[in-house]
Design a protein around this ligand. Structure first.
Ligand SMILES: [Ca+2]
Ligand SMILES: [Ca+2]
Length: 186
């Protein structure tokens, strides 16, 4: 998963695996050096077996990669019914629409067989159309949808759980839904 600077190691004995083939590779590499870490280079074109050998052989504890490439290095298993996930559970591959109160449980397992503990996120306050997540649906939310549609950075963080049509995206359907509510047409 993407690591913040605070999460990256300052201990030179903690190798960081880089799995990128973009200019960001150079930036990430220098950032690790400045933190005193050593880096392990990997090619995103490696086969799963080659990557597994690299991860096992390097003892890397951190990975820097793109969301797109993350499934190459690890899988995230999850459930939405409150039960603990296992390796038979659903594998995360796309945003999970959450339109009702949901308990999301998940864990990651890397190619080297390392699993993290199960984590839990509980979503209880799902209000359709509440784009800024303040507990009310009003014109501010409509304006934020229009900002998203116009590719303008929204004035507040977007609550993606406010999605109204289950497609996991904030767009025209949300704007219509909110404006119908504001105009008391629904
Ligand atoms: Ca709101
Ligand atoms: Ca939508």
């Amino acid at each position: 998963m993407p690591a913040t600077q605070a999460e990256l190691p300052a201990n030179p004995l903690d190798p960081v695996t880089l799995l990128l083939n973009l200019p960001q590779h150079v930036i990430a590499n220098h950032a690790c050096y400045r933190l005193g870490a050593v880096t392990v280079m990997n090619n995103p074109l490696y086969t799963e077996r080659e990557l597994e050998a690299q991860l096992n052989g390097s003892d890397a504890r951190f990975l820097i990669t793109l969301d797109l490439l993350l499934p190459r290095a690890l899988k995230i298993y999850y459930t939405t019914n409150g039960t603990d996930p296992t390796e038979s559970s659903s594998v995360y591959s796309a945003p999970i629409p959450i339109a009702v109160a949901t308990t999301l449980k998940f864990f990651a397992r890397d190619l080297a067989g390392n699993s993290e503990g199960v984590k839990t996120e509980i979503y209880t306050h799902i209000l359709k159309g509440d784009i800024n997540g303040n507990g009310a649906v009003d014109l501010t939310d409509a304006v934020m949808v229009l900002q998203v549609l116009s590719r303008v950075t929204p004035t507040q963080p977007i609550n993606k759980n406010a999605n109204v049509d289950g497609d996991g995206k904030i767009g025209l359907q949300e704007a219509i839904y909110i404006l119908q509510g504001v105009a008391e047409m629904r």
